[in-house]
Unconditional design. Structure first.
Length: 167
């Protein structure tokens, strides 16, 4: 992915991409993807994250799948693309449109804080170079705040609180 591709991807998601993935990098021509070590470390980060989600009473109900493998694969592909790696996410799902894709999920401040805490745990558990890890952390903080919608429908078609819409 070129810097302009990453910038377009980040712009369509509504949250700024980590530095080094969009536009000129202060690290020369190395993308954040390359500085992180490629797809492997990002996939390890996502694995750590979803192990936490599986045990989290706030986050787990927001995922409709019995098994989190689909969500794991989508997030890994998204992060690979976002950081300047292969455009697997676009090939699988098209434009990221993060806000649109998450509007149906009730993301309040507590859910955003739980997501960010689990991602922080995953960052701490994944051996990543400190500079690039900090860039990811900053992106995650901005994105968690951006996705708060204080309501909406869950992917199961339930209104916040577990009732069906309109009941």
């Amino acid at each position: 992915m070129t810097g302009s591709d990453a910038a377009a991807s980040a712009a369509s998601s509504g949250a700024a991409a980590p530095s080094g993935s969009a536009g000129p990098s202060p690290h020369g021509d190395d993308s954040l993807y390359e500085r992180l070590g490629g797809a492997g470390p990002l996939e390890a980060l996502v694995d750590h994250f979803y192990r936490g989600v599986a045990e989290d009473a706030t986050l787990r109900p927001l995922y409709p799948e019995d098994d989190l493998d689909g969500a794991r694969q989508r997030l890994a592909a998204f992060l690979v693309q976002l950081t300047g790696g292969p455009r697997r996410y676009a090939e699988l799902r098209g434009d990221p449109r993060l806000r649109m894709r998450h509007l149906a999920i009730p993301i309040g401040p507590a859910a955003a804080a739980a997501w960010l805490a689990r991602m922080g745990d995953a960052l701490a558990a994944t051996p990543l170079p400190p500079g690039p890890a900090g860039e990811l952390r900053s992106y995650f903080e901005r994105t968690a705040a951006f996705l708060v919608n204080d309501g909406g429908l869950s992917l199961r078609g339930e209104a916040p609180g577990g009732s069906a819409p309109g009941t």
